[in-house]
Design a protein around this ligand. Structure first.
Ligand SMILES: Nc1nc2c(ncn2[C@@H]2O[C@H](COP(=O)(O)OP(=O)(O)O)[C@@H](O)[C@H]2O)c(=O)[nH]1
Ligand SMILES: [Mg+2]
Length: 343
């Protein structure tokens, strides 16, 4: 279908989208995120141009990752915390990284029934996890959405994830502060939470510290604090804290925001806040580079022709994985026209 001659190409008007985002227009923002999530090559190109244009206006938000096993109260907490923040006059965006959502058909944020107030709040913006086959793909789009919401003037970005594969590490790598939500009780077995996730946490929140659970929540807080003291802190400037909260009764919420401010005050003057972001940006570039190279390699016909046999030989142990990788790389590079194409 051809458009009228006045339109350069079918697709969104990028300068208009850019202006809309910078003016804080939610529809422009939503459309820009949809564009970033599209897998169409022309959309990706337009999205890249838009992201480059808004980049100087991004980076001003506090980026907070939130993780915890299903049922611990993440959605309820985000509702309470988000409403607290908008009550402080801040604008809050909620994003998610959930690589399982494509398979299960529903994102962790798809269920917005626990965020009824926040959904209707004009100072909040909630975006479910993008669908994607790989964690890398889902994470890339969430990172881009984060830049877009920042350019649109949001002050706090909450990135939610659940313990699916490597998703916590991925989210920890894109935020300033990583928060782990735990339920009271189960202090001894850490409720199946892997030690590695505990090590990523800058802040541990024992949720559901209310009613009959309050006593056991206090005990759990002590257990978790003891466990954290045995771990190496991520930064010498900050020792991860354990705090109590009730997302339902909305207690402990202000203290958590205060702890986040204290964390920032500890890291920022020393330059560590910015250094972390710089490291994250560089790591992102390298991930894009390796993803891009692997995509090119897989799309290469010479490599594609050799791949099945090579994989079979690696499977049965006739060729070592290293040797197979080297041969496939050589086949790939041989195609790049250096006259050194292996036979
Ligand atoms: N008692 C109590 N229940 C809570 C609290 N936060 C969440 N819940 C309940 O825990 C269940 C799971 O909450 P939800 O927010 O959906 O958890 P998620 O799966 O981590 O997003 C729901 O029944 C909530 O009402 C809390 O602070 N106190
Ligand atoms: Mg939830």
């Amino acid at each position: 279908m051809q458009r009228a001659a006045t339109s350069v190409r079918s697709g969104p008007d990028i300068p208009a989208l850019q202006a809309g985002i910078l003016a804080g227009d939610r529809r422009s923002l939503a459309r820009a995120i949809t564009l970033a999530e599209s897998t169409r090559a022309d959309h990706q190109e337009q999205s890249a141009a838009l992201l480059a244009a808004i980049l100087p206006h991004a980076g001003k938000a506090v980026r907070i990752g939130i993780t915890g096993t299903p049922g611990v109260g993440k959605s309820t907490f985000i509702e309470a915390f988000g409403k607290y923040l908008t009550g402080q006059g801040l604008r809050v965006a909620v994003l998610a990284v959930d690589p399982s959502s494509a398979r299960s058909g529903g994102s962790i944020l798809g269920d917005k029934t626990r965020m009824e107030e926040l959904v209707r709040d004009p100072n909040a913006f909630i975006r479910p996890s993008p669908a994607g086959r790989t964690l890398g793909g889902v994470a890339r789009r969430t990172r881009e959405a984060m830049l877009l919401v920042e350019a649109a003037g949001f002050d706090v970005v909450l990135v939610e994830t659940v313990g699916v594969g490597q998703s916590e590490t991925t989210v920890a790598d894109m935020v300033d502060m990583f928060m782990l939500l735990l339920a009271p009780g189960g202090g001894d077995d850490l409720q199946g939470i892997k030690r590695g996730i505990m090590e990523l946490a800058d802040l541990v929140v024992v949720n559901k510290a209310d009613g009959d659970l309050l006593k056991v929540a206090r005990l759990a807080k002590g257990d978790y604090a003891a466990a954290l003291r045995l771990m190496r802190p991520r930064s010498p400037l900050w020792h991860p804290q354990v705090m109590l909260a009730s997302a339902v009764q909305r207690t402990g919420i202000a203290d958590i925001w205060q702890a986040i401010q204290a964390y920032r005050a500890a890291l920022e003057p020393a330059g560590e806040w910015e250094r972390r972001r710089a490291d994250q940006a560089l790591a992102w570039m390298w991930r894009e580079l390796s993803d891009g190279l692997v995509d090119e390699l897989r799309a290469d016909s010479t490599v594609a022709a050799r791949l099945p046999r090579m994989e079979a030989e690696v499977r049965v142990g006739r060729v070592t994985p290293t040797a197979a990788a080297r041969r496939l790389l050589a086949a790939f590079l041989g195609l790049r026209g250096d006259g050194n194409r292996p036979t």
